[in-house]
Write a protein that binds this ligand. Structure first.
Ligand SMILES: [Zn+2]
Length: 304
């Protein structure tokens, strides 16, 4: 029997648009996560808080919710000297989301960047392709064991890291892979590029060639640029596209960081984002369940 996650692709093919979730950092900091602390550790120490965030997103209208495992590779957890807890924290992350999910809800295993540069670009030893592959395989295996329905490879900056993560997911489990990269808006050139200079069209082709089933963008500047990025990707592929941008840019006042776009203002951009070709939409940094509630309303009210 095929894993349930594959339904997502069938539903998109049948013309449906699905709602992803919103930010976790924002919610965890609000719940007391200290600056510089490891968010994934909360899967163990603050399971109720993490489960509560998942529940709030499902209640707001998310159909796919991601695990609190964004920094869950061994390479990243090593920064906190807890690399030996990789398996446990990822499995637990998947279980917490599963426990919070209603019957029809899907769980995406979040896989973010390692924060370590590829060997060719690093000033230190850097990470080889084999090391990327191994660290992502380990995380993906643990997420699959914990029961995720699909993988969300996200906020990727480097092409070789992104494609290594996609391939690792494909090696360990027969589950769909959603892969998204971080784009910066280059105002002087009026264009969006990854940190390494790839265009949206190049990213879409590159990630699909690596085996991703759904490709797109997340984080970055906001929904205004997401619309442009998705439109450019749509010109080169018929594959399902996903977009979950930030709630605008962060605004720092003293110790507090807020984001430009409130729920209503942000959701106003989503009819154009759907029109551009996005099949799955959500939000990233600075968003909360109220943003998702508004976005879900836009998706539901749209006539295909
Ligand atoms: Zn973000």
């Amino acid at each position: 029997m095929r894993a349930r996650g594959w339904e997502i692709l069938e539903r998109i093919r049948a013309g449906e648009t699905l709602v992803f979730d919103g930010g976790y950092g924002t919610m965890l900091f609000a719940a007391g996560l200290a600056n510089g602390a490891c968010p994934e550790l909360w899967n163990d120490t603050h399971a109720d808080v993490v489960r509560g965030i998942h529940r709030a997103y499902f209640a707001a209208g998310s159909q796919i919710v991601e695990t609190n495992t964004f920094g869950g590779t061994r390479l990243k957890l090593d920064e906190y000297k807890i690399g030996d807890r990789t398996r446990e924290l990822n499995e637990q992350g998947a279980r917490l989301a599963r426990e919070a999910a209603p019957g029809g809800g899907y769980i995406a295993g979040s896989i973010g960047p390692t924060s370590r540069l590829p060997r060719d670009y690093a000033l230190d030893a850097g990470v080889t392709d084999e090391e990327y592959a191994a660290t992502f395989r380990e995380q993906a295996e643990a997420l699959a064991a914990g029961g995720v329905d699909l993988f969300a490879v996200e906020t990727m900056m480097f092409p070789q890291e992104a494609t290594a993560a996609v391939r690792a997911c494909k090696q360990v489990a027969d589950l769909p892979v959603m892969a998204t990269m971080f784009f910066q808006f280059e105002e002087a050139h009026d264009r969006d590029r990854t940190m390494w200079g790839e265009s949206p069209a190049e990213v879409a082709k590159n990630l699909l060639a690596a085996g991703a089933d759904v490709v797109g963008m997340n984080c970055g500047r906001g929904p205004d640029r997401a619309i442009v990025i998705v439109r450019e990707m749509r010109q080169v592929t018929d594959a399902p596209l996903v977009a979950y941008p930030n709630a605008g840019l962060p605004v720092t006042r003293g110790d507090t960081v807020t984001y430009e776009l409130g729920p209503e203002t942000m959701a106003r951009e989503y009819p154009a984002l759907l029109e551009a070709g996005a099949d799955i939409v959500g939000a990233c940094c600075g968003s909360n369940p109220e943003h998702i509630r508004r976005i879900a309303e836009v998706v539901r009210s749209r006539k295909k």
